[in-house]
Write a protein that binds this ligand. Structure first.
Ligand code: PLP
Length: 381
């Protein structure tokens, strides 16, 4: 019997060369040769103000909340259907996360629900680009402008995806990417803060937060003679060794996306009949989205059937998974005063969702085995 892991990391071929070169250059910390190259490459392709490579998307989100001066008494709206790292940075600043519903078709934040949840305390909205698909960003931006609220995109899953031909991560004032081992483009652990719309003084301040509270970045650019402690700050920078690995991956972003697209479209075609018979609901997006095929998820008719499907696939050595446990109904969410019944769409989606293995070197044979196994189980429903 075949054995199919949920994830398999794609090696482009240049990773070791660049890591060797990085070692030979002798500068392994952040702000080395490869961090510089990678940041420049991203700044050019994203056409943004600044990219700061970070140790993770989690740390980029923490840096973002610090940069937007989110503090006690503030509210930040985000979907409950997301990873914990979208919410933790809000609480770390002493502010309150306000959980919104998702659109049941795209699983992205429900903008009408966001509108209902805006108060005089709302400082920021964090749309999460689930599986590399965004909500209607124009509509969200105009809501934010009307209410004088910042947008921070959680584009952890959005590398290589677009909204109306604009790369995800370039639309909000700030955004983050993740290069965690499970993402399309990886460095093991890693991320980036993308700065799109801050004034020049504020960018210097963000750089200081990033550089342990110092103006070292200005020193590295030759703008000051020596560097010193100017702000509160922390250590957010990615090691040059990881950036060397990441550079090799990012050079192949289009290839990785197109290989994932092939696998994704095969699943879509093969399961189309199941959708017509209303046995499965397949991933959807609106015309304004060009996804990056990060996740292949399906919605089962109910939780029981989803769990049976997970178990039966496991028996066939196919590693399929579910996620997320909604944040509002997690122990932490409940301790903040939320109730399970607050967000029924989120609860429902979470109980019915299953994700299948998808990665560039999933072989034809392996994918056919996954498809046949799913069909065999779903056909009996
Ligand atoms: C939506 C979302 N936000 C944030 C993160 C955190 O990313 P990282 O693991 O790079 O900290 C993830 C990771 O899975 C994610 O899916």
């Amino acid at each position: 019997m075949l054995s199919i892991p949920f994830n398999r990391q794609y090696i482009t071929g240049k990773e070791l060369n660049y890591i060797q070169d990085c070692i030979a250059r002798g500068s392994l910390a952040s702000s080395g040769y490869y961090t510089g190259l990678t940041q420049e490459m991203l700044e050019k392709t994203l056409n943004c103000q600044r990219v700061l490579l970070t140790t993770s998307a989690t740390s980029a989100l923490e840096l973002a909340m610090l940069s937007l001066d989110i503090k006690a008494g503030d509210e930040v709206i985000l979907p409950s259907y997301t990873f914990v790292s979208t919410a933790n940075p809000i609480l770390l600043r002493g502010a309150r996360p306000i959980f919104a519903e998702i659109d049941p078709d795209t699983l992205t934040i429900d903008i009408d629900d966001v509108a209902q949840k805006i108060t005089t305390r709302t400082r920021c909205i964090i749309p999460v680009h689930y599986s590399g698909v965004s909500c209607d960003m124009d509509k969200l931006i105009s809501l934010a402008i009307q209410n004088n609220i910042q947008i921070m995109e959680d584009a952890a899953q959005g590398v290589g995806a677009f909204y109306k031909h604009k790369p995800l991560g370039t639309i909000g004032c700030l955004s983050c990417y993740s290069f965690h081992a499970t993402k399309n483009i990886v460095s093991g652990e890693g991320g980036a803060l993308i700065i799109n719309d801050l004034d020049a003084d504020k960018i210097l301040q963000v750089e200081a937060y990033y550089e342990k509270g110092t103006n070292r970045r200005q020193f590295l650019r030759g703008a000051v003679e020596r560097y010193t402690w100017t702000e509160v700050g922390s250590s957010f920078g990615m090691s040059d060794l990881l950036a060397a690995y990441l550079y090799a991956q990012l050079e192949n972003l289009e290839l990785v996306t197109s290989l994932r697209k092939q696998k994704f479209m095969i699943y879509q075609q093969e399961f189309a009949a199941c959708e017509i018979m209303e046995k499965l609901q397949l991933p959807k997006w609106y015309d304004y989205s060009q996804p990056n095929y990060h996740i292949y998820y399906m919605l089962c008719p109910d939780q029981y059937k989803r769990n049976v499907l997970l178990d039966r696939l496991k028996q066939k050595n196919i590693e399929a998974t579910f996620h997320y446990i909604p944040l509002h109904s997690s122990p932490m969410g409940l301790s903040l005063g939320y109730q399970v019944s607050d967000l029924p769409i989120t609860e429902d989606i979470s109980s019915r969702l299953i994700r299948l293995p998808i990665y560039p070197d999933l072989t034809e044979l392996e994918q056919q085995y996954v498809i046949d196994s799913v069909r065999e189980i779903v056909d009996s429903w």
